[in-house]
Design a protein around this ligand. Sequence first.
Ligand SMILES: Cc1ncc(C[n+]2csc(CCOP(=O)(O)OP(=O)(O)O)c2C)c(N)n1
Length: 649
Amino acid sequence: MLVLLRQGKISKWFSGIGQEAIAVGATLAMEADEWIMPLHRNLGVFTSRKMPLSKLFMQWQGNKEGYSKGRERSFHFGTKEHHICGMISHLGPQMAIADGVALAYKLRGDQKASLAFTGDGGTSEGDFHEALNIAAVWDLPVIFIIENNGYGLSTPTSEQYRCKNLVDKAIGYGIEGIQIDGNNILSVYDTIKGVRDYCIKNQKPYLVECMTFRMRGHEEASGVKYVPPEMFEFWAQQDPVKNYEQYLVAEQVLTPAQVENIKAETKAHIETELQIGSQAQAMQVNTDEELRDVYAQRKDTGYLIPDENLQVRASEIQHPASGIQHTLFPEKRFIDGIKEALHQSLVKHPNLIIMGQDIAEYGGAFKITEGFVEAFGKERIRNTPICESAVVGAALGLSLEGFKAIMEMQFADFATVGFNQIINNLAKIHYRWGQHADVVIRMPTGGGVGAGPFHSQSNEAWFVHTPGLKVVYPSTPADAKGLLIAAINDPNPVLFFEHKALYRSVSGHVPEEYYEVEIGKARLVTSGDDISIITYGAGVHWAMDYAKNHPDISIHILDLRTLLPLDYAAIKEAVTATGKVLLLHEDTRIGGIGGEIAAWIAENCFDLLDAPVMRCASLDTPIPFNMELEKNFMAYSRLDEYVQNLMNY
Ligand SMILES: Cc1ncc(C[n+]2csc(CCOP(=O)(O)OP(=O)(O)O)c2C)c(N)n1
């Protein structure tokens, strides 16, 4: 690898020289169909799983015939065939994915364990803590291996942690742990074999700290000036490959001649594979394929229902922020639509798991899952510790093993602490190496409830900016049900926004049956001739109330329903209808989805416009607590002004 790197025949590579015994010994101790979550130094995981070297070379050259169609570098790829889950650069997120896989094993009663690697530096990440904690609390058969090689990039362990040994952290999680010589392949192999048996038999995780040393720089370009030379001299004596060779000869398992034969055969094998690997075709760029591979294709046809069966009468709607009170019809509330979607989906998909804080006996912060534990049991309706990042990671791990997962984010605001897993793992994994993430994250969102800056934010635009996610945002009870069922049936990661203020204030007709509303299809709320309001979520109710109170203005209202992907055909129709467009959303203005739609209209519908596209959004401040301040913050307080501006243009 060193030679090839210098010759420019492979791209970036992180050396595992000096640490080989850990990756190889641990991988060989696992069964071939047990998932491993390796990191950047773990070439030995890939070779021990007998992946063809030629294809690995193509991967490292960024060729299409590699494992990621040229989309990923070095070891940042996985393969289902070899049960290896590719890392993202952020290191720690690997560990929680192992939790999810182990949960799948546990739920199915498989006699299997998963294995995740981390470096000593990675143990400082919150992800380490969250993954170990969840594995402990849920009694998951996961082996966590720390490769303690003395340094992060250049940071020595003395500046990384204060405990004496990293393995001592196991005590804090209430799990077992052991520290071993990571440079002795037999110790590693024996330990991991035994630990694996323990994890499966006792249904518990285990922490193994392997002491080792990195004989090269973090990467070849970074050098080793920060390492005292005597360290290299000491650890050269502990070289795991040389020592194992000497041991085998001393024990007369191999003769020196056999050793030489093995080396020669291996060298010849590498040369042949390199030859094949270097015959890869030059990259032919195919933009359609690039775009297509961002999302997994759904295989079944779905359970679509015609829009006319979902009509909501305006008189049935009330919204607290509008100050208008209607009598509630005895029909179902927004929250009931969501509850029904979840309930029916749990019946439909025995492999569907719901996870979230306080969702089990307590029924969730908004009581949406109340009664679910009694109906579906605690294994499927899972209370989680306050570990958003690891729960998203575990959801992805479940997906690797063919489960479907829903995570209830207690408030959409808390997605920030699971952000990395959502943005970098869930969203990108299909494009990177073809693994889908069958995960729905429910996001109770929005304000109007006097809950202040951290329980009221509108953060949908963060996710709309991330290819690989779908972002759904219903406004009616019937859509809430049909879109949530569609999201659960979609094999891709879906962020499902539920406006909290709508939960109990909006009622309407909701069909009893199991049905889907198509993701990516907007809904025409009312047609009109004067102006068009394109909106979603609470904005739909604001626009409807406004129209009701201003019968002299003929308003065309479009409910987007899905923000990623957008329904451009419906947007164009709305522009065509009136030539005057107001984009309305509760989210703040700068960087809000309204700006994106306005740009699209300017590019594609310029000739249809009779006025500039306008945006009525919330103030560009954090959302305040005081009800008067919040009212002033809300886009709704400026709706009349914008409508009049547009009408008078
Ligand atoms: C979240 C995050 N922060 C920083 C980095 C940059 N980085 C890459 S590897 C590395 C050192 C990791 O050290 P350790 O976990 O001990 O593993 P080692 O490289 O020594 O095997 C750093 C700081 C990163 N990839 N991700």
